[in-house]
Design a protein around this ligand. Structure first.
Ligand SMILES: *Cc1c(COP(=O)(O)O)cnc(C)c1O
Length: 359
């Protein structure tokens, strides 16, 4: 093992949720968490699994003042054969390191990080829920933790992993969501931090999210920060459109989060013979397609929501309905195929699953 993982088990395990159909997202946490410290002098040290509980933090800590924080979101699944597996975890670990590089946070050894995740999930394996569509969501995160107020790259950091048994991300489940296209606020600009999962990106997006919610929309669809014209992504999902038989998804220009679900969907779509265009896609082009009837389906992709159909799009006072506000055939096929692989119900031809332990 690259990193030390000292385990202190809880003496008072929590009661696990009785009704797994009501888990929701990120409200229940398991019995343990992982913590590891970093300093320039010592590198990563004192890796430990401890009972889940509050963190003690210096009031001058970098993260509290300058927002030096990055995170990941991934899931462990209880498969049909009883094994507990993670889905493409190395992709999350690499992305965490990319985010760390952008925010001047320290790098993690990739294999060492995988060992940490596996050790924690194995310890918490009874918390991996059994009901259909449920999983154990893992939230690894890292923050700058220097105990003084100067603005500079961090010399101390903390890496934490917490776990939460989850059900559907949206109350709508696999039913279509209503999305409002945001014309005022922007989420990210090229050269900024849009391609990272850093806390600040989400803080900056809350206002538009609140506004959309007040008007009855589930999430915001962001436009590019410069021309306010090209479609980027939804709050926690990448987006794809089926237009005239072809799939169009915004290119990864630096301000869009490179989603692992996005990447997996593109691979599946290409295998199924679809032409997938990763390019700039303007909101005008989208609504032209909506108006002339060539916009066939729209959906979002992300670990939390998997594949989520978009039923309504709102922009500048106008609302457009997509595929009669029903889940489209291709959206359904993607959802079915991806979830079948994740829950071990279909052959894992791409070797996307990494086994953690027997269930
Ligand atoms: C996490 C996230 C996604 C989806 O990425 P996955 O790797 O598929 O989970 C998309 N957009 C944003 C802004 C995200 O935070």
């Amino acid at each position: 093992m690259k990193y030390e993982i000292k385990i202190t088990k809880t003496t008072c395990p929590k009661e696990r949720p009785q009704d797994e159909s009501k888990l929701g997202f990120g409200r229940v946490f398991t019995d343990h968490m992982f913590i590891m410290d970093y300093s320039d002098e010592q590198g990563w040290y004192n890796g430990r699994i401890v009972p889940f509980g509050p963190l003690e933090i210096h009031p001058a800590s970098t993260v509290l003042h300058y927002g030096a924080e990055i995170f990941e979101g991934m899931k462990a699944y209880r498969g049909a054969t009883g094994e507990i597996c993670m889905f493409r975890p190395m992709e999350n670990i690499k992305r965490l390191n990319n985010s760390a590089e952008r925010l001047c946070l320290p790098q993690l050894d990739e294999e060492g990080c995988l060992d940490i995740l596996k050790t924690l999930v194995e310890l918490e394996k009874d918390w991996v829920p059994r009901a259909d569509g449920t999983s154990l969501y893992l939230r690894p995160y890292m923050f700058g933790n220097d105990p003084h107020l100067g603005v500079h790259a961090v010399h101390r950091a903390t890496f934490v992993v917490i776990c939460s048994p989850v059900g559907a991300y949206y109350a709508e489940g696999i039913n279509p969501v209503k999305i409002a296209i945001e014309s005022q606020d922007v989420r990210a600009v090229r050269g900024g931090t849009g391609y990272t999962k850093c806390g600040g990106n989400y803080a900056a997006s809350l206002r538009a999210g609140e506004r959309a919610e007040k008007n009855g929309y589930t999430q915001v669809l962001w436009l590019d920060g410069v021309e306010r014209k090209y479609i980027e992504e939804v709050g926690s999902m990448n987006v794809m459109f089926k237009v005239n038989g072809k799939i169009i998804t915004p290119a990864l220009t630096g301000s869009v989060l490179p989603g692992i679900t996005r990447k997996s969907c593109i691979e599946l779509l290409k295998e199924w013979g679809y032409e997938v265009e990763e390019r700039l896609f303007s909101v005008d082009e989208l609504f032209e397609a909506a108006e002339n009837g060539t916009l066939e389906e729209a959906w979002g992709t992300g670990t939390a929501a998997v594949v989520s159909p978009i039923g309504h799009l709102f922009y500048n006072g106008k609302e457009y309905t997509v595929s009669n506000n029903k889940i489209g055939a291709l959206t359904q096929k993607l959802y079915d195929n991806l979830t079948a692989i994740q829950w071990g119900k279909a052959e894992d031809k791409h070797s996307w699953l990494v086994k953690v332990c027997n269930g």
